[in-house]
Design a protein around this ligand. Structure first.
Ligand SMILES: *[C@@H]1O[C@H](CO)[C@@H](O)[C@H](O)[C@H]1NC(C)=O
Ligand SMILES: *[C@@H]1O[C@H](CO)[C@@H](O)[C@H](O)[C@H]1NC(C)=O
Ligand SMILES: *[C@@H]1O[C@H](CO)[C@@H](O)[C@H](O)[C@H]1NC(C)=O
Length: 441
């Protein structure tokens, strides 16, 4: 039966082609004129196939509709519901919209080749759970995700070639699906057009797992957003987006926020506040998000962090503070971050004076914390120095005017003594803010 279907489809392709070559131009002219005047007259008038009705017929007990080459831009809902085969090749359909075929639940084959399709909405094939053959070759599709095929579980023949495929991260799921061995008639011959290093490679053969970098996997547009109803987000904000896959993420990137939003759901694991306008971090800003492992505060112009700002973030592993306006950290800022692993500090105007010592010693004593970008930007004499070098030189030169005001000597283990003192100070500072601190050392 499948073979018969395909032969019949091929037959109609030929027949239509024949018609076109012999009589195409004349008819096109006539139709254009008509369509234009109709469009002018009223925008609600259906623009398809003026004057040329589609042919409906039955062959071997199955109902067909032949609407090939009718300048269709959309699919009518007035065709017989019990169609098995829909021939829509060589029309002008640009977009397959959600539920476009949902009325035609018995369809087995759908021929959409040689249209102008560039977009297929995620529920375009909703209702087509009998569909076995789908022809999409010779269109303008660049990106498609596996998601659109969840409504077509019986699909066995899928033609995708001669589309300008962009083999990027968004295509990962589709390409993976095509490569499943039992899907041997899905997507054969389709080739990448972009990026250049994958040009002319077959979708069936490229390494799907290399399409996405780790960052892209977390990129919102590549994450399957929870369908309404599946997860009920408590976060009441039109601004930020919650993603539950692969990890609970709240994306508030680039939203002109001046403050850390309140009411963040407590189970968020990753919070992206980058590219906002949060200038200051107040005490206990993140107290209720104990599960947080990644916090991105880059590119905000932060000038001040309260010593208790990160209190409660005992599970935090990654903290991005890059591209802000920080000159130093007050004593205590990092004390709650027991499990911190990575700290981004690049692109901040670190000022190399006594106030930078806390940050330096904290990092020195938490040697398993990886960090980047701790370089003096000010004052001019230390510009471009690593903070570490600056602190060393601080003691090597040991000029009297640079010594701290405490009457102490720095003979042996001076750095450790220094650390102890900073620790004490930080405990005091933090206590002032009413936070109980357990000093680990
Ligand atoms: C071409 O089309 C016109 C009108 O659509 C028709 O009258 C004519 O017979 C056709 N000619 C051929 C050769 O098919
Ligand atoms: C934080 O956000 C910036 C910009 O959005 C991004 O470049 C950076 O990689 C992010 N950092 C982390 C740790 O994800
Ligand atoms: C750094 O932050 C500023 C705004 O504070 C932004 O305009 C700029 O694009 C950011 N730079 C990078 C490299 O993200």
């Amino acid at each position: 039966m499948k073979v018969v279907t395909i032969i019949i489809l091929l037959f109609f392709c030929k027949a239509a082609y024949f018609r076109k070559t012999r009589n195409g131009s004349l008819r096109n002219k006539a139709n254009n004129g008509r369509a234009n005047s109709l469009r002018k007259a009223s925008s609600t008038i259906k623009r398809y196939a003026p004057g040329i009705p589609c042919d409906v017929y039955t062959y071997l007990h199955e109902k067909y509709i032949d609407c090939q080459e009718r300048k269709l831009t959309f699919v009518s809902r007035d065709w017989p519901e019990d169609l098995r085969h829909m021939l829509l090749a060589r029309n002008r359909i640009r977009k397959l919209k959600n539920n476009m075929f949902s009325k035609y639940k018995t369809l087995k084959s759908l021929d959409l080749q040689q249209n102008d399709i560039s977009k297929i909405e995620s529920e375009a094939f909703f209702g087509l759970n009998k569909l076995t053959t789908l022809l999409l070759q010779h269109n303008q599709i660049k990106i498609l995700s596996e998601e659109v095929f969840i409504y077509t579980p019986l699909l066995r023949y899928l033609r995708l070639y001669d589309n300008p495929w962009h083999c990027t991260c968004e295509m990962e799921t589709l390409i993976t699906m095509l490569q499943v061995p039992t899907n041997r008639n899905l997507g054969n011959y389709a080739k990448c057009v972009y990026p250049t290093e994958l040009k002319d490679q077959k979708l069936k053969q490229i390494k799907a797992e290399q399409l996405c970098s780790e960052d892209e996997r977390l990129d919102p547009k590549n994450i399957v957003v929870a369908k309404p109803g599946a997860v009920k987000p408590e976060f009441d904000s039109s601004l930020c987006h919650i993603y539950v896959f692969p990890i609970q993420t709240l994306d508030c990137k680039q939203k002109e926020l001046k403050k850390v939003p309140g009411n963040i759901p407590p189970d968020i694991v990753k919070l992206d506040l980058s590219n906002n306008k949060i200038k200051q971090l107040q005490a206990k800003e993140f107290e209720d998000v104990n599960e947080l492992k990644t916090l991105n505060l880059s590119s905000n112009g932060i000038v001040y962090i309260d010593p208790a700002a990160f209190s409660g973030l005992i599970n935090l592993e990654e903290l991005d503070l890059s591209n802000n306006t920080l000159q130093n950290f007050e004593y205590g800022v990092l004390e709650d971050l027991y499990f911190l692993k990575i700290l981004w500090l690049t692109e901040n105007p670190w000022r190399c004076d006594y106030n930078i010592h806390y940050l330096f010693y904290w990092l020195k004593h938490h040697y398993n914390v990886r960090y980047s970008g701790l370089e003096c930007k000010m004052p001019e004499e230390y510009k471009g120095w690593y903070v570490e070098k600056y602190v060393q030189s601080y003691y090597e030169e040991c000029p009297k005017d640079k010594l701290p005001i405490y009457p102490e000597t720095f003979e042996q283990d001076k750095e450790d003594e220094e650390w102890e003192r900073h620790k004490e100070q930080s405990v005091q500072t933090v206590k002032k803010h009413g936070v109980i601190v357990t000093v680990i050392g």
